[in-house]
Design a protein around this ligand. Sequence first.
Ligand SMILES: Cc1ncc(COP(=O)(O)O)c(C=O)c1O
Length: 333
Amino acid sequence: MAFSYPPRLKLAQTPTPLLLMERLSEHVGGPRIWIKRDDMTGSAVSGNKIRKLEFTLAEAIHQGCDTIITAGGVQSNHCRTTALLCAQLGLNCHLMLRGEDIPPEGNLLLDRLADAEITFYSNIEYQRREEELFQYWLNHYANQGNKAYAVPIGASDGIGLWGYIAACEELKKDFEAHNISPKHIVAATGSGGTQGGLTAGAELFNLGTKVWGINVCDDEDYFLNKVSHDLQDWYSRYTKNISSAFAVDELSINVIDGYVGPGYARATDEVFATIKLAAKLEGVIFDPVYTGKAFHGMIKEIERGRFSDSEDIVFIHTGGIFGLFPQRDQLKL
Ligand SMILES: Cc1ncc(COP(=O)(O)O)c(C=O)c1O
């Protein structure tokens, strides 16, 4: 192996299964769709964030921190996972949530149950003051005699990237076990860390796949920059862990734009129809914010022939089930 892992906590239920979506693949036509079930990395802590937090929280503990500060939308899966893992590890957790203090449901209900400290900010205020707010709470806890650690949105930075590099080690074994050679891996992109990790990991483990992020917010330019920035951050932090032959600048970052729809956390009726289809044909539950939107985009791209050079294609199910409940009305059941 051309690298060594940094310190890591064992938190996620891994390896997760790679399963064939037989009926759905047939329904769509085109390559066989395999699904990496990272919605099974835990129960309430399920999803993609726990893979990243294995490394991020190990770093925080290594630095002697007792408090974690992080941020996200009011229904953030990342914040929910962080809050519950902090409870599990005996750390304090402070969440800065964008949005209004609504009656607790979905992820927010679980944040409350985990007894995270929560402060709410409007979107505009958060965007304008992000750095200042992290600094404010870091100082606040320092003044109280605590040592806090700031985790960026989605744990997407050079540390969190290890989560999906490690997932590629699993995928390598999955491909061997199923005797498949998919040419494409597709995942939802929200803060870029999953895509960045998969992009580096696919190369480190010689998966022979192209990694595609379907953005659920912002646009292609934003994610080309963000993922490239996270990869550089990863490389410069861990130069000693990585073989000097690894050409981080030459990694190809691939974003499929065009499926954001009405905006972040807002989905079209078509996305809700795809969510129902996957539940009915495969018993797989997607959410309208991330996985449902991205999976819908992937199906559309299959129909357009983007992946027609491959017999098999892999979708990473990054979790997010709790984000479905607050949007139940739009399922029109
Ligand atoms: C369920 C789910 N899927 C996908 C993503 C996107 O992952 P990333 O933030 O690493 O781009 C997120 C978070 O943003 C998420 O909560």
